[in-house]
Design a binder for this molecule. Structure first.
Ligand SMILES: [Zn+2]
Length: 318
């Protein structure tokens, strides 16, 4: 399997979040700070995937600096804490989830269903705060080393907010996964005419030192862009001289059909394939080809499984 040879360094490790367990909302590991003034409900969520520790670092930074909203409310949520607490430095990827992917459960049909899992239990606890949010930033990271990517969704509202933030450099308009709806696709977030707006940021490689810094930059740029905190408060934590942002439009996800999917090279993401029809992999006997010139590979998987997304293909819109 291509990509399996990548052995990440473990520079960014879990931070102790036990002090945030009680919360102040009646839900463990969920805090809400209300300014008492009108304004949006803003939610920053970490640990949708338990092994993606950068989000815990970013929320800890907000807590340690007593960041509070000037108007509206700010909710800080550590999502899959049971998975996070299973982190084992000898097998760090295993803490991604306990039973199933927390980020494929976000429809009322699934959440109201009869099925049980560790992740469904937690999702049912926090669904109310997700549903109440006017703005969501969901903090993630990637297995393979790749520059940070903001997944803005296909609606104009997501693109606008991503560009108002000014970071990261690469913004991806992505339609989601066929394997199940993500938190950022829940309810009105996925409806282009509805106002609630959700962004998902992939901050870099899970355990790379830089990834924690990217997550911290992202939360402060997000709160500043929404006017919840002022520039003076945010400035010490913001990126210095970030490069101009670039937009990548996703043409389509490649969904894996067989047990025998493999890429032709060890792609890690953001490779640009110049020619239409270039073979980038095989799904069983079927070649996987680029559908257009200058095709950008977005988040190739390192663990191909039938029904999962192998890679999203896109193009720069400049
Ligand atoms: Zn993730």
């Amino acid at each position: 399997m291509s990509g399996s040879g990548f052995e990440p360094a473990l520079d960014l490790l879990p931070v102790d979040i036990q002090g945030y367990r009680a919360g102040n909302t009646g839900i463990e590991y969920v805090h809400q700070f209300d300014s008492g003034k009108p304004g949006p409900n803003v939610l920053i969520n970490a640990l949708t995937h338990g092994n993606e520790v950068c989000g815990a670092h970013a929320l800890a930074t907000l807590f340690e600096n007593d960041i509070r909203p000037h108007h509206g409310s700010l909710t800080l949520s550590f999502a899959n804490v049971d998975a996070y607490h299973s982190f084992d430095i000898g097998n760090p990827g295993a803490s991604r989830f306990v039973d199933e992917d927390f980020n494929r459960l976000w429809s009322d049909e699934i959440l109201d269903g009869q099925r049980q899992s560790s992740e469904l239990t937690r999702a049912r606890q926090i669904r109310g705060i997700i549903a109440e949010a006017d703005y969501l930033l969901d903090l993630h990271s990637m297995h393979l080393p790749c520059p940070a990517l903001m997944l803005s969704g296909t609606a104009a509202k997501g693109r606008r907010l991503a560009f108002a933030m000014g970071v990261p450099e690469f913004v991806v308009a992505d339609p989601g996964h066929s394997a199940g709806p993500r938190m950022r696709d829940y309810g009105p977030f996925a409806q282009s005419q509805a106002e609630p707006t959700a962004l998902l940021i992939e901050c870099g490689q899970h355990w790379a030192a830089d990834t924690g810094a990217v997550a911290i930059h992202a939360v402060f740029h997000f709160l500043e862009a929404l006017g919840l905190i002022d520039r003076d408060t945010a400035a010490p934590f913001m990126a210095t001289n970030p490069p101009p942002q670039r937009m990548i439009e996703v043409v389509g996800p490649i969904t894996i059909q067989t047990e025998a999917f493999r890429f032709t090279e060890d792609y890690t993401g953001l490779e640009v394939i110049p020619k239409t029809g270039t073979i980038i992999g095989h799904d069983g006997a079927q070649p996987v080809v680029t559908p257009h010139d200058d095709c950008v590979l977005i988040m190739p998987t390192h663990r191909p499984r039938p029904g999962q997304t192998a890679v999203r293909l896109g193009k720069f819109i400049d």
